[in-house]
Design a protein around this ligand. Structure first.
Ligand SMILES: [Cu+2]
Length: 278
């Protein structure tokens, strides 16, 4: 029955096609800006993508090699019987092969050690607190079921003061500047995910975790929760706006501050809004 070898060969061909297609097709698996599908917007993005490509090459070459071996073995050593129904080439059985086991342990272990060492620099620059940029925090982001609560410092530039600006699912920062946020959670595990910037960080109840990122393109991007956090997990989609200049960001912040002051005045004036904002 050589059908099996044909079936394995077809599956292998399909996967090899996908493997060759993936790195060159925009948005096949690494999301980018819609207007520039081949451009990764953040500095971390380029490092993360190159790690992905290295892992894709290692797994792809291993996969192609094992598939060729599998197809060849199932084709070459297909079961054959003679006129009496007896196997022409009876199978021989043996138990264990120390040499083989040593080889197939050492090779994957070496590959894993290589990847672990190779990615250390990238990991350190994205995750180590010592690498956090020495800048004023952009915001405090608190995840809760099921929204992102953003708290921006107001005019005084300091967080946790009375002029802070509160927004929901709306992250803004400036192009070409490192943005630093403090990530918290009030209930369960969430995961702060900026797909186009290749940033993903768990929000853990009880912890305040610094997260930093940048973008070399202005525009609209996505924020998502990448941790299944309950029935409304899908609702934790937020908007990310990268402003072209600091003054554009400042204008937006002023509008957000004014809108917050208006809503507070209306709240003070009661549901009928007797106190009219100026
Ligand atoms: Cu969530």
């Amino acid at each position: 029955m050589r059908y099996w070898s044909l079936l394995f060969a077809l599956a292998a061909l399909f996967c090899i096609g996908a493997f060759l297609y993936a790195p060159f097709h925009p948005d096949w698996w690494l999301p980018n800006s819609p207007s520039e599908p081949h451009h990764t917007v953040s500095a971390f993005g380029r490092e993360i993508d190159s790690l992905f490509i290295i892992i894709l090459v290692i797994t792809g070459v291993s996969f192609i090699g094992t598939q060729i071996a599998l197809v060849w073995v199932t084709f070459r050593f297909v079961d054959r019987t003679d006129a009496q129904g007896m196997p022409v080439r009876p199978a021989t059985y043996f138990h264990g092969s120390q040499r083989l086991e040593v080889i197939w342990t050492i090779i994957p272990a070496s590959i894993l050690v290589f990847i672990a060492l190779y990615q250390m620099g990238t990991w350190a620059s994205i995750k180590f607190r010592s690498a956090a940029p020495k800048v004023q925090p952009l915001a405090e982001v608190t995840a809760r079921q099921f929204q992102w609560v953003m708290r921006y410092p107001g005019a005084d530039g300091r967080l946790n003061t009375s002029d802070d600006v509160h927004l929901v699912n709306d992250l803004h920062f400036v192009k070409g500047r490192q943005a630093l946020i403090y990530l918290k959670s009030t209930d369960v595990l969430h995961s702060f995910f900026l797909p186009q910037m290749r940033i993903k960080q768990d929000a853990v109840p009880g912890l305040v975790i610094p997260v930093w990122f940048d973008s070399d393109r202005a525009g609209k991007f996505d924020l998502a929760c990448a941790e299944l956090c309950g029935w409304g997990h899908y609702k934790m989609r937020g908007n990310v706006t990268v402003h072209e200049t600091q003054s554009e960001f400042d204008d937006w912040m002023k509008r957000a501050t004014d809108a917050q002051n208006v809503s507070q005045l209306v709240a003070v004036g009661g549901p009928q809004g007797e106190v009219k904002p100026q």
